[in-house]
Ligand binder design. Sequence first.
Ligand code: ASP
Ligand code: MG
Length: 416
Amino acid sequence: MARLVMKFGGTSVANIERIRNVAAHVRREVEAGYQVAVVVSAMSGKTNELVGWVNECSKFYDAREYDAVVASGEQVTSGLLALTLQEMGLNARSWQGWQIPICTSDAHGSARIESIDPARLDAGFARGEIAVVAGFQGVHEPTGRLTTLGRGGSDTSAVAVAAAIGAERCDIYTDVDGVYTTDPRIVPKARKLDKVSFEEMLEMASLGSKVLQVRSVEIAMVHKVRTFVRSSFDDPANPRPGTLICEEEEIVEQQVVTGIAFSKDEAQITLRRIADKPGVAANIFVPLAEANINVDMIIQVVSGKAENRDATTDLTFTVQAADYERAMDHLRKHKSDIAFEALEGATDVVKISAIGVGMRSHAGVAARAFKALADKGINIRAITTSEIKFSVLIDKDYTELAVRTLHSLFGLDAAA
Ligand code: ASP
Ligand code: MG
């Protein structure tokens, strides 16, 4: 029998009535002949509440106990959905991460899935059971401790379970009906995409689109799991397919740009008049890397001639907003080794990115965007590009204008 993973997010399981609606979606697929594993999130708001309690108890908490607390939200919804399915006369059993087991690293709070043993789920399917799996959680087997996969981690649980049980596809049910060209709250003319490639989805998720956890897309890409993003609020008797995340070859009508993502979770740091000589960049970035601070965009002002030993240069880079204070502190502490004249920072910035596999074969895509932004009087503070995307860092106040400008420029607006 073909197998299917269905994942439901927090808003889809927010109360018992919605859990009944989820159960109706599950029943439809069981009746269609699938062996189904359902992966659930905690009720919406629950994980935030649990995290809040942990912070209230302990400022520098023990991450193992953080996991013990925050994993509980999914334990509740998995049990409730199994009960609801049973009430409908279906055969269902809940599974916590450790029971399967979903084995992870010991990076508590953001553990990585290392392996999933499908034997118990297989045995359950053989007994005719629907498996209801608590998302977001796993176990670090050597210590036997429960772990969680980082915020939004149920997506990753779902795709990883789909790969482990050889599911035909993984349906991610959420409160939107698919993946959009950009956030429809910012651009009302945003369009739902029918298909998007793994690579593009990976960039979109990394660059700020919050539909899927980045790691879930990585796993889908590596294991070629056909993944749909679709709405749990559709009538269970008449659901729409949503957006398929699949291999590039499957997408016939490819646009140059597929989507515009933005992230406000950015901060800019500038070091003024650092020595222009070998080893300076290493002096700056090695300590930041050792402190686990990820650096993203980097720009260095053009260097002088090699023989000009007293030359100085300016260096600008970005970090995640959450790491900003730590990074600034770190740089101040290393002031004497790095030898900069001034340290400047800004958090009122946003990174806007355009993504599309079509960029590989089209020249001048970024240049057109720079021109369009300039025409709107938007100043670009930093730029990065790669094979299938480019990003610009601009003032936060211009977020909407910039996103709308690029969305229209690349022909993504829905027909009026
Ligand atoms: N409940 C967890 C969170 O809120 C995991 C998830 O929903 O994917 O982050
Ligand atoms: Mg989510």
